[in-house]
Design a binder for this molecule. Structure first.
Ligand code: HAM
Length: 404
């Protein structure tokens, strides 16, 4: 027997219903906020992710599904959606339309070669949004508000963590301070952190090692070293969240696992799904378009992890729906098809192709959760009628087939 690969899953029945419900709800809300659908390829040149997500990140350093294709191209299955959307944005020359704003939403599979565990898959699905051309912190607020609305519509509680990762004005001097601090306690930091001191010191801040965390309590904090513009944006964001009554916590160690962020970064976490608790994450990436050879364009976005949300979503009650059609004689089966076609213009219809007794049809109608069970028996065949039972009201009637 051949099984799916480790860390990759099939979604069927109730689970796939959850998946569709999440995507549909997110799309509906994103559209209300002005987002349009974008579809980008799953395979991209490896260098796209190296340059955007960052060579020193775990995603690029350890987790890429990377291979050389038959044309000798170094390609990679996308580990996330932002890089591809930014590549597409530049390729379509939208970066040259500097006074316009562009908003895209997407959903689909992402691939990371991580160690699989609960809530952590090698193929997982994200729903994401990317907004280009808006530098104002009002957009940061709007995007956070939108994610909150998606979770509310799905019946999911969350904790919101925010931070500011600074900008080219305040980040370099902070980075220097941090490197000096880290170099002093180098001996006591873990191996990973030691490697990161030079390559990506900010990532040391979210090391999960307890000893590192205790050393870091005294580290310089970026939040106390922000330039005036980053500080006032963070304060305004906090004020906007306060007045919208969106609860949050400022987490000075929130750095995100991707290198392209600046200024606002945020994560939505849930207490109810175990250690892989991040259900959505995102932030501002004002320099990425330029970094990928486009014209400087401010941008912000987020992605939510559909599988993690599937564990939390409260599904609307599934009501009985549509028609189940059956016949008691072989002869009457042909008559079911035109009746089904007519009903299918507005309703879900299931046809049973084998003649059966009434009791068996009623049982089948129940199994497919139909609202109505409609059967042509011997008398109905003679009289050109059909017997219809409403399985909710428990009422029944016999009507002419033309009126069905
Ligand atoms: P990310 O935080 O890497 O951000 O992923 C977003 C969400 O995807 C996570 O919060 C989590 O719910 C889900 N996720 C990540 N890895 C896995 C996994 N191995 N298994 C299951 N779910 C997972 C990004 O990907 C950025 N592109 C978000 C963004 C968009 N930032 C700006 N625009």
């Amino acid at each position: 027997m051949i099984n799916a690969l480790r860390g990759m899953r099939d979604l069927t029945f109730e689970e796939s219903e959850r998946f569709v419900h999440i995507v549909k709800t997110a799309i509906q809300i994103a559209k209300r906020y002005g987002y349009n659908y974008i579809e980008t390829p799953i395979l991209e040149e490896t260098k796209l992710f190296k340059r955007s997500v960052g060579e020193s990140s775990d995603i690029v350093g350890k987790e890429m599904y990377q291979f050389i294709d038959k044309g000798d191209n170094d390609v990679c299955m996308r580990p996330e959606g932002t890089a591809g959307v930014v590549r597409s944005f530049i390729q379509a020359k939208l970066d040259r339309r500097q006074n316009e704003k562009f908003k895209f939403y997407y959903y689909g599979p992402m691939f990371r070669y991580e160690r699989p565990q609960k809530g952590r898959l090698r193929e997982f699905h994200q729903f994401g949004c990317e907004s280009f051309g808006e530098a104002s912190v009002y957009e940061d607020f709007t995007i956070i508000e939108m994610i909150g609305e998606i979770f509310k519509a799905l019946g999911i509680g969350y904790k919101l963590q925010i931070n500011s990762l600074g900008c080219p004005e305040c980040m370099p001097s902070y980075r220097q301070n941090l490197v000096s601090f880290l170099t002093e306690c180098k001996e006591e930091l873990c191996e990973d952190c030691n490697r990161r001191i030079e390559s990506n010191p900010i990532r040391v801040l979210d090391c999960k090692n307890e000893k590192c965390q205790s050393l870091l309590t005294n580290s310089p904090k970026l939040i106390s070293n922000l330039c005036q513009s980053c500080e006032s944006d963070l304060n305004r964001l906090k004020r906007l969240l306060d007045s919208a009554k969106i609860e949050y916590e400022v987490d000075t160690n929130l750095v995100r696992g991707l290198d392209y962020y600046s200024k606002t970064a945020f994560e939505f976490v849930s207490d109810n799904i175990g250690s892989q608790s991040a259900i959505a994450g995102g932030g501002r990436y004002d320099r990425l378009v330029e970094f990928l050879d486009g014209k400087p364009t401010p941008a912000i976005g987020f992605a939510l992890g559909i599988e993690r949300i599937m564990e939390l979503v409260v599904m609307p009650k599934i009501e009985r729906e549509g028609y189940y059609l059956g016949a008691m004689d072989e002869e009457a089966i042909d008559l079911l098809f035109p009746l089904a076609s007519k009903k299918r213009s507005s309703d879900k219809v299931t046809i049973e192709y084998l003649p059966k007794k009434l009791k068996a049809h009623l049982k089948n109608a129940d199994k497919v959760n139909a609202r109505y069970c409609a059967v042509i028996g011997e008398d109905e065949l003679k009289n050109g009628t059909i017997w219809v039972k409403d399985l909710v009201k428990k009422s029944e009637e016999t009507i002419n087939q033309e009126e069905f």
